[in-house]
Every structure is written in C-alpha cells, then in structure tokens.
Design a binder for this molecule. Structure first.
Ligand code: GLY
Length: 576
C-alpha cells in the first residue's frame, strides 16, 4: 500500500518538471531497515514535513542550487502541499550557516498593523465575531513570508526566484495527491465550521477548496489550487513587490476591510525583514545556535541546557529521575517565558541575565530530585496543537545548512483567505498577549512584555536550531507544534547528545512536555506505567491528553547525512 502511494507520487512528480525527473534518478542510499521517514545521503539532505517539498528541495540541490535556493523552493512548495501549516500569508524565521563562522539569522515574522492597540481584543466590536484574535480579519498580522524568502534568495542564493518557485506553481496548478495528514486536519477544522456555520460564507475559500464543502477530500485525491498557482507565478516573475504592492495588496486590504480588520495597503507596503544575532550556548562539547526574540525558543532551550548542565547528575541510571530533572528545567524555562519574553525591539527583556549560569544555578538549587513544586515556586506571572506551522532542515554539498520554521499560527490560520489569489491569511495576532491574564490558543500565559503594539512582532515558539561540533554543523533541527516545539527540540537534542540515540530513535521516542501552566506533564504517546508512577510519586500531574509536535532534522552521523521527517506528521526526507 505504502509502495503504491509512493509510486503514484513519484510518477506524478516526474512529469511535473524536468528538474524533478533528474532528482528521481539521482543516487540515493537506501537501507533496508529504514522506515520511509528516514533518508541517508552523502552529499545533501532535505527534511521537510511534506514528501513532495523534500523531493523538490533535493531537485534544486541536485541541479546545482545551494541550501538557500533549496530552502526557498521548499518553502513555496509547502505553501501548496501544507496549506494549513504555512503559506504566503504567514511568516517565520530562517537561520543559515554559510561558511566558517558565517551565520545569518533572518526574522520575517508577521507584524502588528499600524492601527493595532494593546487592548484591541479585550472588548472587540460584536462584528468581530467570536474569538477575534483567532478567526477572521482582526486576527491577521502583516505577512512576512514573501519578503523573507525573496530576500534570502537574492542575498545568499544563486538561482532566480522564478526558477525556484516553478515546482510550486506546477504543483498548485496541476494538482497533487493529498495525504493522510491533510485529510485529518480538514476534518478537524470542519468542527469550527460546524460550531459557526457563518464561516462557510465568510471563509468560503477554505470551506470550498480544502473542506470540499463538508464532503472532504480523501487520501490520494488530486488537489488543484489554480488561484494560488497564479499568485506564486506572479511573485516569481515580478518579485516580492507583486505581493506587497499593486493589485494583490489591494485585494488583501479589501478582504481585511470587508471582514472588519485593520491591516491596510500601507502596512503591507511597509513590511521589512530583520537580521538578528543567534543565541549561542555550549553544551557537552557542542555549540548550539538558537533563534533569538521574538522567538522564545532560543532563550528557553539555552536556559534548559544550562540548567541540565548544572543539575547534580542529570543523566543517571534512574530513567524517571532523569525525566523529572528535564521536566523541572521545562517548568522553570516556561515560567520565565511567561514573565520576561517579548519582542526585544519594543520591550526590555533581560536576555543576558536569563542566559547566565547564575540564573540557572539559582533555579537548579531550588530543585529537589524526588519532588516537583507548585507553579508559584517557578514563576508568579500569569501565562499561553500541532498547528499551523512547518519546519524544514537542509544541508548542501558545500556544507551550507539552513534551518527554517514558518507559520500561519493555527491550522488554516485565521480561516480567512483572499479568494482570487488562493491566499490564506495568518492569525498571528493571537501569539501576542491578546487578552491579559488569559491563556492563548496554546494554553500559554504571557505578560505585558508581549502586549500588542503597532509594528511589534508577537512572541513565537519556533526554534530553528543548528548544533555545531568542532566547527562542523552536525545537527539541524526544528519543529511545528506551538509551545511543544521548544521541548521537542530539547528532547531530540538530548536524545542524540546525552542519551546516545540515533536521530531516528531520538525523534520517534516519547516526549514529555511541561509549559509551567497548565500545571501538567503532557506526553505525545502513552508513557510506560513505571514512568507514569514515578512521576506521580514526585508530585507531577500527568495529563491524559496526548499533545504532539513534528520535528524535521538532519544529522551528520560521522560518515553521511541522516534526514528524519517526524512520522507524527507524515512527511518524508530526501537525500542524495
Ligand atoms: N505561531 C506559532 C509560533 O510562532 O510559535
């Protein structure tokens, strides 16, 4: 069955573009024992959460493109094949190693419109509908995706935009077979439409194109998105201004105004990417390069690694105690996230103090090996499913690497789309502290530091991460899944570096997640009875809910690249 589906996808792709036909014929190292979510390659690797996007990225590499060319091709392909996770109406982060000691960190996160105010969701007009920070026009922040990808390509890539977006245009125009993850999400999101039938009209593009008016597409059905094909093609030919100015910007602003939102053509024309400096932390002979604010992931992961370095005996024979310490580190880091983190261009975030050994030692000294504490012992500030996010990791044969996470926030974003251009708009305004004192859609509590302000970028959990050893990039990792991104990256990195697991085993293994509030440990699959009992004996509340994140990672295993696309989301990597 699996083989049949793969043949269908391969055959279809081979007809899509000559570039892909070349790719399919390129040498691939296949190990009999590998599941299909693992790939090996001597020269290059793309691990995306969509098989078609990984194959397209590898096509670019095989045909002489570098990791940045491949990243931009993958990103536009994901807009077509994972329309609920990402797209041109979203934004994200991009980190690349371009050569010895040369790193770039690009922030193309969505930004609050000029007319936004701190309290805009506290008492919104009735016309804004229910949950206006999540659904509809007010939820939309200025998208950064097109600006980010076009800038990365022109600064660090080698190929023209028109060439790298061509596979995505063909996929959108000629269609591709949808997979199980797509079908699962459309059925999940249909519950929103059932609760609120007016969405069938106000969000008719998602309702008609993706939910098939409640009849749903089945696995293997061919999905065509001709309007999106036209938009990507136009951007490829004319560049990013085709999105931020002119008829597309006018159509976006009209959709927003008709839906009672505030983003204008001027907001779109004024969007700018930002270059940032990575957060660096040493851990067990490795150097981690992490995403700085407005991501919370880099600071949180750095804090947890530093705490785990100073715990008395972080990795010992007692598996339950090891997990307990890791969960304690999560509780401390998420309590700090809630209290201190936000966009550093607007708020005063004590980054240096949060990253200091002194701060970590202070936290660790309060930690007991056999008992967890109540939430107020970790932090006192009010605080915040895989969701509308996608991550990919890429290496090329020149040693350049890219890790990039992109998002429209929750599945199908605000549900609102610009119909004529097949453009689904994000709901990133909900990543701000939209309602002070109340958790956001991910259950995360946040502070004034992350309050809404014009031009400000909402706090993110996206955590694209590069791990170096002896000046070589050895592990590229990131995830989708809201706050669980942060702990998924930590869990997988610890699995490889501390627990000595292979990358596939580290990704597949069960993951604990604690975000301080709610005061519960979540697992993505059922924990063993012994672990559950041992955690409960230490006072942890173990949730019965299963919550997940999807990791896409590439590792150098000493002789070749190993790519892993998390089986939890159904992507597949592609290497050569
Ligand atoms: N919108 C999800 C995140 O940025 O964390």
């Amino acid at each position: 069955m699996k083989f049949k589906r793969f043949t269908l996808v391969s055959k279809q792709l081979a007809t899509i573009l000559p570039i892909l036909a070349t790719t399919m014929a390129s040498p691939v190292v296949v190990r009999a024992a590998d599941p299909d979510w693992v790939a090996h390659g001597a020269y290059g690797m793309v691990a995306a959460d969509s098989e078609l996007a990984s194959i397209i990225g590898k096509g670019i590499l095989v045909n002489g493109g570098n990791a940045i060319d491949a990243a931009v091709a993958v990103s536009f392909a994901l807009a077509v094949t994972r329309p609920y996770s990402t797209g041109l109406g979203g934004g994200g982060f991009f980190m690349a190693r371009l050569g010895d000691q040369k790193y770039v960190v690009q922030d193309f996160r969505e930004t609050a419109p000029a007319a936004s105010t701190q309290d805009m969701f506290v008492a919104p007009p009735a016309s804004a509908g229910t949950r206006p920070s999540e659904i509809g026009a007010l939820a939309v922040a200025i998208p950064g995706m097109v600006a980010g990808r076009a800038e990365a390509l022109s600064k660090w890539g080698t190929m023209p935009l028109e060439m790298v977006v061509a596979p995505a245009v063909r996929l959108a125009r000629e269609g591709y077979p949808v997979d199980a993850d797509y079908v699962r999400v459309t059925k999940e999101i249909a519950k929103e439409f059932k609760k609120n039938p007016t969405l069938e009209k106000t969000c008719s593009y998602v309702w008609k194109t993706h939910l098939n008016e409640g009849k749903f597409h089945a696995v293997g059905d061919i999905l065509k998105q001709p309007a999106l094909a036209n938009l990507i093609e136009k951007i490829g030919k004319e560049g990013p201004d085709a999105f931020y100015k002119g008829e597309v910007a006018t159509a976006i602003a009209k959709t927003i105004a008709d839906g009672g939102g505030i983003m204008t053509e001027k907001d779109l024309a004024g969007y700018k990417t930002k270059l940032r400096k990575p957060i660096k932390v040493e851990f067990r002979g490795h150097e981690f390069l992490l995403m700085p604010p407005p991501s919370s992931g880099g600071i949180a992961i750095a804090q947890m690694l530093t705490m785990l370095s100073v715990f008395p005996k972080h990795r010992d024979v007692d598996q339950a105690r090891t997990m307990h310490y890791r969960i304690e580190a999560m509780k401390h880091a998420f309590a700090d996230r809630a209290k201190y983190l936000g966009d550093t261009d607007f708020a005063n975030v004590p980054v240096r103090e949060l990253l200091s050994n002194r701060h970590a030692i202070g936290k660790v000294s309060k930690t007991r090996p056999n008992k967890t504490g109540s939430p107020d012992q970790y932090g006192t500030h009010g605080l915040v499913s895989d969701s509308g996010t996608s991550h990919f990791s890429i290496v090329d044969n020149e040693g350049k690497v890219v890790v990039s996470s992109e998002t429209i926030n929750t599945e199908f974003g605000s549900l609102l789309a610009v119909d004529d251009w097949g453009l689904i708009l994000n709901n990133e305004m909900d990543d701000f502290t939209a309602q002070p004192g109340k958790p956001n859609t991910f259950g995360l509590m946040q502070s004034k530091t992350n309050a809404i302000a014009p031009g400000k970028r909402p706090l993110s959990s996206m955590s694209p991460t590069i791990v170096m050893k002896s000046d070589k990039a050895v592990l590229m990792i990131g995830a989708s899944g809201g706050p669980r991104i942060i702990t998924a990256v930590l869990n997988v990195a610890l699995g490889v570096i501390v627990d000595g697991l292979s990358l596939p085993d580290a990704v597949e293994r069960i993951r604990p997640h604690h975000q301080w509030q709610p005061n519960e440990v979540y697992f993505d699959k059922d924990p063993s009875a012994s672990i559950e009992t041992a955690l409960k004996e230490r006072g942890h509340i173990v949730s019965e809910k299963r919550k997940t994140a999807a990791v896409q990672a590439v590792r150098w295993d000493g002789s070749q690249w190993v790519g892993v696309s998390d089986p939890r989301k159904g992507g597949k990597p592609s290497g050569y």
